[in-house]
Design a protein around this ligand. Structure first.
Ligand code: ACO
Length: 327
């Protein structure tokens, strides 16, 4: 019996989109009792982008996808899988992926959403990678898109300073191992601990209250779990693929808080110059933050083809994990 071909998922292009409206820390200090200095010291955030009133998550996703397709030199009709990671969908249903597909004028792909909140992009990447490895999809759009500004309680200073809106997208192409060479997704590993669902959540939903609710969070609890779980996840994935920390060219984690990012990097012995930080300008864009950071680093000429990237993310669930990708 012959074994089926194991395809490899290679990143063919990356794109992003940030809404035009920018809110500084000083803007927020006019709404709640906070200050630029407090926000920068505790989070590293200087500003965030907020979507316009008529701009929905699917609009941001479509713009990021168009940018990624252009960079991949692919036509939308080559796409046979669209996965959107989001916790701020346009509607309860249909999926934001289906609405994005409509905007992109693609009519052949399977399109669906995944719910992994701030780890959602890694979840979407893992699902798409599995489709491609099994030959069930050839060219996939993996998008993280959010309008978290709609889930923020603007009167709660403990959360309203942390989040922003945006979308990032990656075009994945299935290649034979011969063609891919050493490029592609090496692996993604995620884990969930539902017992911790009450430390980061929205206080509403279709089945409970009939409305989306607002973000509620035990900040210190989340911080503590983020640092330990992300460090542990990185150690495990590096060991699994027999990669040392010195082999990593870039650390591109979920962008929640610069202190979390630096604490994890320090525990892993990753030098500062290998860390990509965008939380200062984008704030926490949940599922969009990793592809937006990747897109930014590519645009800046930092990440280059062949570089080995360690991604990490954690979100409400709790759900967390890592990915190793050779760009
Ligand atoms: N401005 C001014 N003061 C504030 C603000 C604010 N925006 N927010 C809270 N404070 C006050 C609190 O009220 C408290 O005052 P009190 O002592 O008089 O009660 C004081 O600051 C300290 O509050 P803490 O919550 O203990 O502050 P902490 O140092 O833990 O920082 C923060 C809060 C930034 C949220 C931190 O806990 C954190 O980063 N947690 C991680 C959570 C995170 O990043 N979540 C994002 C979503 S999850 C994810 O993406 C991983």
């Amino acid at each position: 019996m012959t074994h089926p071909v194991q395809w490899r998922s290679v990143i063919a292009g990356v794109g992003g989109y940030l809404p035009h409206r920018v809110l500084t820390n000083d803007d927020l200090a006019k709404v709640v009792d906070t200050s630029h200095e407090w926000i920068v010291e505790r989070t590293g955030i200087h500003q965030r982008h907020f979507a316009a009133e008529n701009e929905l998550t699917s609009h941001l996703c479509a713009k990021a996808a168009e940018c990624a397709l252009k960079n991949a030199e692919k036509d939308i009709n080559e796409i046979d899988l669209i996965i959107v990671a989001t916790a701020s969908p346009d509607l309860t249903f249909p999926s934001t992926a289906a609405l994005t597909q409509k905007l992109l004028k693609n009519s052949k792909a399977l399109a669906f959403d995944v719910a992994g909140v701030c780890a959602g992009f890694l979840l979407a990447l893992q699902v798409a990678d599995n489709f491609i490895r099994l030959g069930q999809a050839k060219t996939a759009l993996v998008i993280g898109g959010e309008t978290f500004s709609r889930l923020i309680d603007m009167e709660d200073r403990r959360t309203n300073v942390l989040f922003g809106d945006g979308a990032g997208a990656v075009v994945l192409e299935g290649m034979s191992p011969e063609k891919a060479g050493n490029r592609g997704i090496l692996g993604v590993h995620l884990q969930t601990e539902g017992q911790l669902s009450d430390i980061l959540y929205t206080d509403g939903g279709p089945s409970s209250t009939g409305h989306a609710g607002k973000i509620r969070m035990s900040g210190q609890e989340v911080y503590k779990h983020a640092v330990t779980k992300l460090t542990d996840s990185a150690v495990k994935i590096l060991a699994k693929y027999n990669i040392t920390i010195n082999d990593i060219d870039w650390f591109i984690p979920h962008q929640a808080n610069v202190r979390i990012i630096e604490s994890v990097a320090q525990r892993l012995n990753l030098p500062r110059e290998k860390i990509v930080v965008t939380v200062d300008k984008h704030a926490n864009t949940s599922a969009a933050s990793i592809p937006l950071a990747l897109w930014t680093a590519i645009q800046e000429g930092r990440v280059k083809p062949g570089d080995l990237i360690l991604h990490e993310g954690i979100g409400g669930g709790l759900i967390w994990g890592s990915a190793l990708v050779r760009y």
